[in-house]
Design a binder for this molecule. Structure first.
Ligand SMILES: O=C(O)CCC(=O)C(=O)O
Ligand SMILES: [Fe+2]
Length: 259
């Protein structure tokens, strides 16, 4: 039985549940993105921004990203990450798309902070995620007058989720490396009907990360653009080829830090 308490927002977050799964999946299929509005309140975004400002200082004013469970447990986003409603929603979305249960309930969280000249290297870096469902929470988005906000750009549902890990790796190598400059050109973006998604802090943006080629647009080196990503459902989690793709990902990040 649901009590009033169950329906009240917890820790200031608006409630999220699997009841939104069908509407979100429809929107993700049809337009590329599904949105849940005003889920994370201002007070929590403000706390996250001071956490980020502190770490920017420690990184010499340059781009950084935190990957994996370590960072989120120490932040005020933890209740969202651990929320049973969000977890049920993610499972349901995976199930709707893949027609099978996810290999595990693991959520892979990432905090990306674009700032400084290194932030520019990470703009227009088109890729497919290794996970079927991606949730993007804008924490801080540049909003100065005439300032580029660093919108999300995507080619919605460009391919199907790949059943075989090796096909996935080869396809990623081709699209993300050999063809990487092509996706940045305005003509190709127009031709392939790229979708520009302006981001509002506090909303949750859902998309099929494994199917939709995506990247962020550039922002000014003096600005801060911070997003938290929750990746869910890696169909190749148990594959022997997984190590290869992880290695490629690490090499790519190292190359970007060096160049
Ligand atoms: O920050 C963004 O807008 C997108 C980041 C992203 O796609 C990722 O980390 O996988
Ligand atoms: Fe991504």
């Amino acid at each position: 039985m649901t009590t009033l308490n169950d329906r009240l927002p917890r820790d200031g977050f608006a409630p999220v549940s699997a009841a939104s799964a069908h509407a979100l999946a429809k929107s993700m299929d049809e337009s590329g993105v599904g949105v849940l509005h005003q889920i994370v309140p201002h007070a929590i975004l403000a706390q996250m921004r001071s956490f980020v400002a502190h770490h920017i200082e420690q990184h010499g004013g340059q781009y950084f990203a935190f990957e994996g469970n370590g960072w989120i447990g120490d932040t005020c986003l933890r209740p969202l990450f651990e929320d049973a409603g969000l977890q049920a929603l993610l499972r349901c979305l995976y199930d709707l798309k893949m027609r099978t249960s996810p290999p595990s309930d693991r959520i892979f969280p990432v905090l990306r902070v674009l700032t400084g000249t290194h932030g520019l290297r990470h703009a227009n870096n088109f890729h497919f995620d290794s996970y079927v469902v991606t949730v993007l929470l804008p924490v801080q988005i540049p909003n100065g007058l005439d300032e580029p906000p660093g919108d999300l750009v995507m080619f919605p549902n460009m391919r199907d989720a790949r059943r075989f890990a090796v096909v996935n790796i080869l396809e990623k190598l081709l699209v993300e490396n050999l063809l990487k400059r092509i996706w940045r050109t305005p003509r190709v973006q127009r031709w392939r009907s790229a979708k520009i998604v302006p981001l509002t802090p506090g909303n949750l943006y859902f998309f099929w990360g494994m199917r939709s080629l995506h990247a962020n647009q550039a922002c000014l080196p003096g600005s801060v653009r911070c997003t938290a990503l929750l990746h869910f459902g890696d169909p190749h989690e148990c594959s022997v080829f997984k190590r290869v793709s992880q290695r490629l990902h690490v090499m790519r990040l190292r190359r970007m830090a060096r160049d």
